[in-house]
Design a protein around this ligand. Sequence first.
Ligand code: UDP
Length: 261
Amino acid sequence: MGENIDLKLMDEEGRRIDGRKFDELRPIKIEANVLKRADGSAYLEWGGNKILAAVYGPREAHPRHLQDPTKARVQCRYNMAAFSVMDRKRPGPDRRSVEISKILSEALEYVIFTEQFPRTTIDIFIEILQAEAGTRCSGLTAASVALADAGIPMRDLIVSCAFGKIAGKVVLDLRKEEDNFGEADVPLAIVPRTEEIVLLQMDGHLTTNEFQEGLSMAMKACKNIYGLQREALRKRYSTVIDKNEEKEKKEEKKEKEEVVQ
Ligand code: UDP
């Protein structure tokens, strides 16, 4: 953050290195139910980020001393693939991934009705296949779609997005160079329906006014991303209905044929 290099993050017309305006998101694509053997899953592309989220559970917690008789344990594991970044990432957990896993677990636990599933665990795996900054936000956004796909009862989805500051200006959704050489990065996550904030971190410096400006910009963006999440889920369930209808029609046809014979 704020390293001194000669990289122009914004031109005279206020365009960023990828041509975006200050309040523009990178392109986002979400697909629900992409893994056969998980209870719920989602695949998300957000700019150069490519992320898979898989959900298992609620299932009996092991070892048993980890069971909570009052609620389910929500365990999220954020993992970056060795090939996801430019300089090979050493496989396995490190300080950063342990921290991210913890804050994402806490954010997700807030929306899940954990008290409905005592003694169980809900495991959420976030695999970063390709990273280009903002992976905790993208991972969280994908994970909440995967939880909904698993049919786990939740208050609402969680949407996450970052804002920050580059070239003295508050901007939305930093990409890699902006994250590395900008002045601030503020990932945040909200429950869209209530606008409660479930994750907020800040790297760098902002004035109160800049913070407020970024916050309202990110809130607005989160509402748009929420639309994409819901659309992905709607598509997933409408496909199931279509398939069921097809199956019913085939069975009806078969029955008719049998009657004719
Ligand atoms: N990054 C990397 N190697 C690492 C960790 C991160 O190259 O071991 C890159 C990666 O592109 C990541 C970005 O740095 O998305 C920003 O990382 P940060 O810790 O700010 O988290 P993020 O913005 O991804 O949530």
